[in-house]
Each structure stands twice: as C-alpha cells, then as structure tokens.
Design a protein around this ligand. Structure first.
Ligand SMILES: Cc1cc2nc3c(=O)[nH]c(=O)nc-3n(C[C@H](O)[C@H](O)[C@H](O)COP(=O)(O)OP(=O)(O)OC[C@H]3O[C@@H](n4cnc5c(N)ncnc54)[C@H](O)[C@@H]3O)c2cc1C
Length: 383
C-alpha cells in the first residue's frame, strides 16, 4: 500500500472534512439517544461512507483502501461518534454476505448499513466463553421452524438490538467432533420467548445483558449457512470482530488528551513522563497503520486471523495503558466519578479506567489471542 496521498485523495479529504464539520454530532455515542445515533449512521450511509468493503449492489460505499484510510483519519480528527450498528457492520454483515442466501442478503444487508436494524451477538453462555464448543443453546427443527431454548450472557446491546446473530446447537445423530452441530441463526429479538435482562457493570452502566430464549420459533430460512457450519461462520466473524475492536479505537484522540492533560499538570518537562508519552505516541502509530492494513485486507477480501489477534491484543492493552497514564497524571482525582473543579476530566478518566478492563476480555480474551499468536504466528506447539 502506497501511503502518500494523490491530489484526488486530498480533494476527497476536503470533501469528508466539510461533511463532518456540517454533520457530525458533537457528542459521544453513550450521550446520544438511540434515534439520534441511528440518524447519524443514516447520514453517513446516505453520504456513501459506510461499508467500504461491501458490494455496491448491497449498499456498500465502494471506497478504495486510501479513501477508507482518509475517512478514518478525518473521523478521528473531528472526534465524530461511532455508529450504533457497528457490530452489524464489522462482522454480521460480512458473514451474511459470505454465507447468506440471496433472500437473506436482500433482507438484511442494506438495513445493517442504514442503521434500520441493530444487531447483537449471541455466542457466550454461562458455561461457554472461550470454549464456544460447549454451547448448550439448542435449536430443534419442528414444523418448518427451529424451536430455540437456552441462555446467552454478556450480550452487548441486546437491549437496543432488534436482530440477534445467535450460535446454537442443532441435532446431529452421530456427532464425531466438537464442531458438529454448531449452527448460526438470525433471530428476531421481538419473537415471543426472547427475554433480555441487563447486567450492571462496575462502571455503573449496563451495556451488556443476559438473553433468555424459551421456545422461540425461528423460521428455517433464517439459518445462516448449512446446519453444522456454525464454527466456520463464527471463526471468520471473530477475525472481523477482533480487527474491528482494535481499529475502532481512536488512539490519536487519546494521545491528544494525554498531552494536554500532561501540560495542565506541569509534567511535560518530566523525563519519565516524556519517555512514557513518546512510547504511547509510537504505539499509537503502530495501531494506526495496522488498522489501515486490516482495512485494506477487508477491502481486498482477505481474512487475516494473525493480524486481527495481534491487533486485538495490542490495541486493548494500549487502551488500558492510556487510561492508567491519564489516571496517574490526575493523581487522586483520577479515581473520582463526579466532576471536580480541580480536575474537570476526572469523571471520564475514572470511568475509562474501569471500562477498559473489559476490553481485554471482550471478543476473546488476551490469553486466547496469545495462544493464536504463539501457535499460528510463532509456530509454537499446540497445548
Ligand atoms: C465488554 C464485553 C462485551 C462482550 N460482548 C459480548 C457479546 O456481545 N456477545 C457475546 O457472545 N459475548 C460477549 N462478551 C463475552 C466474551 O466474549 C467472553 O467473556 C470471553 O470470550 C471470555 O469468556 P468467559 O467470560 O466465559 O471466560 P472463560 O472462557 O471462562 O475464561 C476464564 C479465564 O480463563 C482463561 N482461558 C480460557 N481458556 C483458555 C485457554 N485455552 N488458554 C489460556 N487461557 C484460557 C481466559 O483467558 C480467562 O482469563 C463480552 C465480554 C465483555 C467483557
């Protein structure tokens, strides 16, 4: 990938900058009502700026690698909020495009980009997290439907979503491997028998939930791929999820906040802090260009499990390093949850410090990413 910008690309940058100045909400995603954040997603979609890697016939933007890189830079520069349908865009849409029937593509794909449909992801269960082969939620075929019974947990956005990308176990008469019988259903969250219960987090928020399914009827035509193809689908979706989590982090913004905080706290002449900030600045550049590489892979239709594991591990650890550094700069104020005259940033830093602990767990824990890196990149023996 040639990283210098042509005049046409610079013109594209100016167009994006103007669009964002005129349209980007000046709020974080968490401060917006769902209708407001959906309207923001719709605007981006209508401007042809969502779904760079998706075919145009399904509403994709048809951007080049460089245009997508410029768009990411400008979204960061404008501090534009992310869109509410990120999970759908990062991994559900690509899975439907790859494994779905024509009917499923027509029904779901454009609605994912426009934000009409918000998706939640149902893999984890009380006894199946890293080990998804332990999935217990059952889908029994009956009269043209699957009847689904089971429980999911840690389901991000289930309270906002109207569709569920749900891993289930379908019956296999003579299962031979742990993969047999895993299947994916596209489930309407408003179907009778679906119950969502929020889980309160240590940040005070409730972004994830338990989802209980009792005799939920899912039409057979809402199975994605074949019965038993669940692991193939999910393992590819996880690659997109991990790259998505890492590339969605705006480290340049964090670096800017950290530097201005260091200035205000009189730490920019301190050799220890200078070293630490320089180190974080280098890591920020590493994640930025890895993000471009993974976007380029997505646009070219390549799946890169090695890069996504490395990016997820590195990016989520880096976000914790930023949060810890900001908290240390603030001293005792970094622990505060409420506003304080001496440290107006304290509330956000305290929240961030707690929230970012979760990121090395979501989407597969750091230990799982290390296993992938050890076995597949370094060629170490499998445990
Ligand atoms: C913020 C957040 C959002 C989430 N959103 C969703 C969501 O939308 N949908 C969803 O389905 N899930 C979601 N999850 C759940 C997440 O995917 C699981 O928590 C994660 O996969 C770990 O599973 P577990 O919690 O069952 O822990 P376990 O798998 O029981 O792991 C416990 C510990 O053992 C370690 N461990 C397990 N296996 C191995 C191994 N083979 N080698 C080395 N160490 C190992 C783990 O690293 C961990 O430290 C979310 C989690 C978080 C924190």
């Amino acid at each position: 990938m040639d990283l210098s910008y042509s005049p046409a690309e610079e013109a594209f940058r100016q167009k994006i900058r103007k669009f964002l100045e005129e349209n980007a909400p000046k709020k974080a995603l968490g401060e917006m009502a769902l209708a407001e954040s959906k309207a923001w997603q719709r605007k981006l979609h209508e401007a042809g700026l969502l779904g760079a890697a998706w075919p145009k016939e399904h509403g994709g933007a048809g951007l080049t690698d460089m245009e997508q890189a410029i768009l990411s830079e400008e979204l960061t520069r404008a501090a534009a909020p992310p869109v509410p349908g990120q999970m759908g865009i990062w991994w559900v849409g690509p899975a439907i495009l790859k494994f779905g029937t024509e009917q499923q593509k027509k029904r779901f794909v454009a609605h994912i980009l426009s934000g009409e449909d918000i998706w939640a992801t149902g893999y984890s269960e009380p006894n199946a997290g890293s080990d998804m082969f332990n999935t217990q939620t059952r889908a029994e075929p009956r009269d043209g439907h699957y009847v689904v019974n089971g429980q999911k947990i840690w389901t991000t956005q289930a309270h906002l979503a109207n569709w569920f990308f749900c891993l289930v176990r379908t019956p296999v008469p003579d299962a031979k491997t742990k993969y047999d019988g895993l299947s994916v259903l596209l489930m309407d969250m408003s179907a009778p028998g679906v119950e969502v219960k929020p889980i309160r987090q240590m940040t005070g928020g409730s972004e994830f939930n338990e989802v209980f399914m009792t005799n939920v009827e899912v039409p057979m035509e809402n199975r994605l791929g074949e019965e038993g193809e669940g692991w193939k689908i999910i393992s590819q979706a996880l690659i997109n999820e991990r790259s998505g989590i890492a590339s969605g982090m705006r480290f340049e913004q964090s670096l800017g906040h950290l530097v201005s905080l260091a200035r205000r706290r009189g730490k920019t002449e301190d050799p220890g802090w200078r070293q630490r900030i320089a180190d974080l600045a280098i890591s920020t550049q590493i994640t930025k260009y890895s993000g471009f590489r993974s976007t380029s892979d997505a646009i070219q239709g390549r799946l890169n499990p090695h890069l996504s594991a490395a990016m997820k591990l590195y990016g989520t650890t880096l976000s914790q390093r930023f949060a810890t550094s900001m908290s240390e700069l603030l001293g005792p104020y970094g622990q505060l949850y409420q506003q304080h005259d001496q440290a107006p940033e304290a509330r956000k830093v305290g929240q961030r410090l707690l929230y970012e602990r979760s990121l090395t767990i979501a989407g597969g824990t750091s230990e799982i990413q290390k296993n992938i890196i050890a076995e597949r990149i370094l060629g170490l023996p499998r445990r």
